[in-house]
Design a protein around this ligand. Structure first.
Ligand SMILES: [Mg+2]
Length: 249
């Protein structure tokens, strides 16, 4: 992991709600545990909902607000929230996705994961999805660090490049289901950024899922005035980024 002399292209995959469907309801289950955590700190249900939403919106991660303003131990939070999820019952390996990863041309491309979760959750998800052997490196939110950063904070992306030994951000390919995370990478000059907006589903603030009508998104499209390319299925990456896949499959 992390060969610093590697000058291949690099593909960064977000993990949660990108490598598995939001219909797994993992984000809701996480949201419920986070809510319970706020309540365990002495907040009413109403205050808990309000703070959860505010911190998620403001910092990209509820835990960020909890550590900044409430002196919460992030590792305790992680154990009780992400660590307590019955993931094995919620997600299954997806052969189509594994094939997509296998079809990436490793002579030219490295594959890394870039997540706002802690490494325990990230590694667990990759293992359950049977993608762990196809991922070369992982950048995660280091809850053990006093003032850890997360997407979409610029310093998080800068650290990610350092960890992977990338000096030229134009070599980066990045896909995430959170549009703000994609926009942040684009602002930092990451070369090829795609917003994954799962067909029929979109995550909204606080980890809740709502149905959206993206029936008209049959293929990759550029949507909105921020010039973000949107896909509704990771298979579309084969068309959006043909240069990273093996020629003869
Ligand atoms: Mg995600």
């Amino acid at each position: 992991m992390g060969d610093n002399k590697d000058d291949r292209l690099i593909v960064w995959f977000d993990i949660d709600n990108t490598l598995y469907s939001a219909s797994s309801k993992i984000s809701q289950a996480m949201g419920e545990r986070i809510h319970a955590y706020f309540v365990s700190l002495g907040f009413s249900h109403e205050e808990a909902s309000e703070l959860h939403l505010r911190y998620y919106t403001q910092y990209g991660l509820a835990l960020r607000g909890l550590t900044r303003h409430h002196d919460v131990d992030p590792l305790d939070f992680d154990r009780k929230c992400d660590g307590a999820l019955p993931l094995e019952e919620m997600i299954k390996p997806n052969p189509r996705l594994r094939k997509l990863f296998q079809d990436i041309d490793r002579t030219k491309v490295r594959v890394w994961a870039l997540t706002n979760a802690y490494k325990l959750h990230a590694e667990r998800v990759l293992r359950i999805l049977q993608l762990d052997d196809l991922v070369d490196g992982l950048v995660y939110c280091d809850y053990a660090e006093p003032n850890f950063s997360c997407k979409p904070e610029p310093e998080y992306y800068v650290k990610a490049l350092e960890k992977a030994g990338v000096t030229d951000p134009s070599k980066c390919y990045f896909v995430d289901d959170n549009r703000g995370n994609v926009q942040a990478a684009m602002r930092l000059g990451w070369g090829h950024c795609v917003h994954f907006s799962e067909h029929g589903l979109e995550i909204v603030e606080g980890g809740r899922v709502k149905q959206i009508d993206n029936e008209n998104l049959a293929g990759p499209k550029v949507i909105g005035d921020d010039n973000v390319q949107v896909i509704t299925d990771l298979e579309q990456l084969r068309h959006v980024w043909p240069e990273i896949f093996k020629k003869e499959i």
